[in-house]
Write a protein that binds this ligand. Structure first.
Ligand code: FAD
Length: 319
């Protein structure tokens, strides 16, 4: 079976959820091989094996001293040497740049913001959700090794039925001068606080224009009672009520938690595009005709400033 390279997203040796999603998708195409750049592969290998990685290529942390280009050169080398059937990366801003550079090096094509992957006799078929989720398109790369950037939380991760060992293999690449042109001078950790990361959280509580002001404490308090991440609609972000890294939707993050609670969000198509695959959706909205109720499992018609604090108190009381 041909190898499928999966670029690993990791923090301090911990494999991010999106990588388990990519490995799950990769298993349908061929035999997944994880590509780990930096330290921590020893800690992460078991998790990668659990999701079907047969091999982990481990590249030195120095590649991360430069901006994106070295990883593209590394992946190009590995894809050529292993005659890979495809290369999968998560569709983050940096990885999409890696994907573009890689496709040029391989003389192939790139598909970004993919939301589902299938495979037929001619190779991977990528699904895109466009116009805010109202239209679904299918595309394939017809020449060379397909490079595919998949949106986090689009594919359900499932462990492999017969996981192996994921043997580690040290690899490196002779960097071109061009790859060293842009060096990283500083890394600044975005303020995350105590809450889980939005794209990875099992529960998300989001606030919209209905919150009514930059005082988002009604949303944050409910989130904290549940150990949830906080999200926001674009209307709330554009009003300056919440930072834009927390925006959920077409032009924000895609989330797919076990539970998504929407407070004062109407359910515009562009918001749905980022949360409609959540397992359970609860909406609180004072307008009974709000479109969010069409996709909600539970709906509360009411003022969020009354409903959410009561819910928060009750959850805290039961702890
Ligand atoms: P509104 O649509 O104004 O809804 C507010 C809701 O709150 C209403 O339903 C109202 O009944 C309810 N409400 C008001 N007061 C209360 C109260 N006290 N208690 C309970 N309910 C109350 N939007 C996103 O969210 N994410 C995106 O990524 C995104 N990308 C976009 C990309 C493009 C190209 C475009 C054109 C738009 C995009 N939008 C996005 C914007 C989107 O179209 C909507 O304008 C936006 O989602 C509306 O946000 P909202 O639901 O918070 O506000």
């Amino acid at each position: 079976m041909a190898e499928v390279l999966v670029l690993v997203d990791h923090v301090d040796g911990e494999v991010k959820k999106v990588t388990t999603e990519l490995l799950t998708a990769a298993r349908r195409i061929g035999e997944p091989s994880a590509v780990w750049v930096g330290d921590g592969a020893e800690e992460g290998a078991a998790r990668l094996a659990e999701f079907g990685a047969a091999k982990v290529y481990v590249a030195p942390a120095e590649l991360n001293d430069y901006v994106v280009a070295p990883t593209a050169e590394l992946l190009a080398k590995l894809a050529q040497e292993s005659s890979a059937a495809a290369v999968l990366v998560s569709a983050t801003a940096a990885n999409k740049e890696i994907a573009g550079r890689l496709a040029v090096k391989l003389g192939s094509g790139v598909l970004t913001d993919v939301v589902a992957l299938d495979v037929d006799d001619s190779g991977p078929v990528a699904e895109h959700s466009v116009f805010g989720g109202s239209v679904v398109t299918h595309a394939r790369v017809r020449t060379g090794v397909p490079v595919i950037a998949v949106r986090p939380n689009s594919i359900a991760a499932a462990p492999a039925e017969t996981p192996g060992e994921a043997a580690r293999e040290a690899v490196t690449v002779e960097l071109s001068d061009a790859a060293k042109a842009a060096r990283v001078v500083e890394r600044v950790q975005q303020e995350q606080g105590e809450r889980p990361e939005l794209a990875e959280a099992a529960i998300v509580v989001s606030g919209g224009r209905g919150v009514g002001s930059e005082d988002f404490s009604v949303v944050e308090n409910l989130a904290d009672s549940l150990g949830a991440a906080v999200g926001a609609s674009r209307a709330a972000v554009d009003s300056g009520w919440y930072p834009n890294q927390f925006q959920v939707g077409q032009t924000g993050k895609t989330v797919s938690p076990q539970l998504y609670i929407a407070l004062g969000i109407s359910g515009a198509i562009q918001h749905r595009a980022g949360m409609q695959t959540s397992n359970n959706i609860v909406a609180v909205n004072k307008d009974p005709e709000a479109p969010i109720f069409e996709l909600s499992d539970f709906g509360v018609i009411g003022d969020l400033h009354k409903v959410a604090p009561q819910l928060t108190d009750e959850i805290n009381r039961r702890k």
